[in-house]
Design a protein around this ligand. Structure first.
Ligand SMILES: [Fe+2]
Length: 269
């Protein structure tokens, strides 16, 4: 597997807190047979933000430390960009790192709301030649309630990445069920770790990769874990399996609404 979503860089965001932790995260990647990782610190205006220059320096420092420690992990630059209307301005000013400086850009949405300008932004990014990859759509409540929102984004040219631990139930059953549904409808193009630490949000992915291999066929598994990521690293187009719309959402919405209310009462998710 190649990971396109990782907070392995130290001192950048809410991910790795220092160089020792970054090296431990790197060791876990290698123990899991993962040798290529795109580092994607949060790019969140006014909340979590490091300049592109700081990101590149941090990346080079970690690469040097990996070489000194003899850990064979290759790192590439990127950002996880929290959505805002003027992303294209920031891209043109060189403030944002796309994934390995390719046409692919990792975009994060708010957990509970979908801003009204999302579709316009996807359209504008695509017109400019970028390919937005929606990070962990299974975690967004609006997409859980109506997965065809994601279907619309994909129809416009966006792609999507689920967090592997979602299918283990790490974020709760709502997120797990949504991830499975999106996979079943071929609305997902990448799996990623979204690792933040060397402990509870580490890239120890063996269990979730086993679960994934039971959920999808071999060809789709290869695309989700490796083939599409390779295309991103090389800035090439990916082969897209046509997605299927989710039908019968009305009933599901009702059941989901009741279940989310119960979860809200009994669990702090
Ligand atoms: Fe992330």
């Amino acid at each position: 597997m190649i990971d396109i979503h990782s907070h392995i860089l130290p001192y950048m965001d809410d991910g790795s807190k220092d160089m020792d932790m970054s090296l431990r995260i790197a060791e876990i990647y290698v123990e899991n047979g993962i040798y290529k990782v795109i580092a994607t610190p949060h790019y969140m205006d006014g909340v979590m933000y490091k300049s592109n220059e700081e990101l590149r320096i941090g990346l080079e420092n970690l690469k040097k430390s990996l070489a000194r420690a003899g850990i064979p992990l290759e790192l590439y630059p990127g950002n996880e960009v929290y959505i805002k209307p003027d992303i294209i301005d920031d891209l043109e000013k060189g403030k944002i790192s796309t994934l390995n400086d390719s046409r692919y850009i990792l975009i994060e949405l708010p957990m509970n709301e979908i801003p009204i300008y999302v579709e316009e932004l996807i359209y504008e990014l695509c017109i400019k030649g970028y390919v937005p990859i929606i990070a962990h759509p299974e975690r967004y409540t609006k997409i859980s309630k109506d997965p065809n929102i994601l279907y619309r984004y994909i129809s416009m040219g966006a792609l999507a990445q689920i967090n592997l631990k979602s299918i283990e139930g790490f974020y709760g059953s709502r997120v797990k069920n949504t991830a499975e549904l999106l996979l079943k409808h071929k609305m997902i193009h990448f799996v990623g770790s979204d690792s933040h630490s060397s402990n509870h949000r580490s890239p120890d992915l063996r269990n979730s990769l086993n679960i994934l291999s039971d959920l999808v066929d071999d060809k789709y598994f290869d695309q989700l874990t490796f083939k599409n990521q390779e295309a991103v690293l090389k800035n090439k187009a990916i082969d897209i399996i046509p997605p299927k719309k989710v039908v019968g959402q009305g009933d599901r919405n009702f059941v989901h609404l009741i279940w989310s209310k119960l979860q809200g009462i009994f669990f702090d998710l």
